[in-house]
Design a protein around this ligand. Structure first.
Ligand SMILES: [Zn+2]
Length: 187
């Protein structure tokens, strides 16, 4: 009556192996989704203090700001757009264009490796999520309907970006919440 088993089956092997299989499945799917380890990480409490609620929601909870509400949608200054969380340079104003979508749109990256791509099946759609390769901050999505020469459209939340103007005062990035300039904390 001995039967050679092909793989694991809950009926043949009892409760424990089935639980292990379930655990492995959970671990595996978790590793493939957003639980990836990034080179740079920040304590969530620090980010809650440093970022605005919208910046936190978009970058840490994969949120989306409402169309036409972001501060960089129509921003045309020359400079570099950085990750608002870790400061990594992501986009140049040279590749920014008006897509009409209501979000800042870029047709290219500063560096290919600065943004990571992943499948996103939320809302019953298949989209390609864009994430900061340094800290894992959610940025927005990538579409294939951009202008030449790349044909790509990086549709990015303003809330994920900090702008650094080109010119003499390079080295100062705007977009981060300002430090206290007057008065000192009593603690
Ligand atoms: Zn980042």
């Amino acid at each position: 009556m001995y039967r050679f088993k092909q793989g694991l089956s809950a009926a043949d092997t009892g409760r424990l192996p089935a639980n292990i299989v379930l655990l492995l499945l959970l671990l595996f799917s978790g590793a493939c989704r957003s639980k990836k380890t990034w080179p740079v990480s920040f304590p969530q409490e620090e980010l809650r203090k440093r970022l605005t609620p919208k910046q936190f929601h978009v970058t840490q909870e994969r949120g989306t700001e409402s169309a036409f509400t972001g501060e960089f949608t129509y921003h045309k200054d020359e400079g570099t757009y950085h990750c608002v969380v870790c400061g990594a340079p992501l986009f140049s104003s040279d590749s920014k264009f008006d897509s009409g979508s209501g979000w800042p749109s870029f047709f290219d990256l500063l560096k290919e490796e600065s943004v990571s791509l992943a499948d996103d099946f939320s809302y019953g759609l298949h989209r390609v999520e864009t994430t900061c390769s340094q800290c894992g901050a959610h940025l927005g999505h990538l579409f294939d309907d951009g202008p030449k020469p790349t044909g790509k459209r990086y549709c990015i939340n303003s809330a994920s970006l900090a702008f650094q103007a080109a010119g003499p005062d390079e080295g100062r990035a705007s977009g981060s919440s300002g430090a206290v300039t007057s008065g000192k904390a009593d603690l």
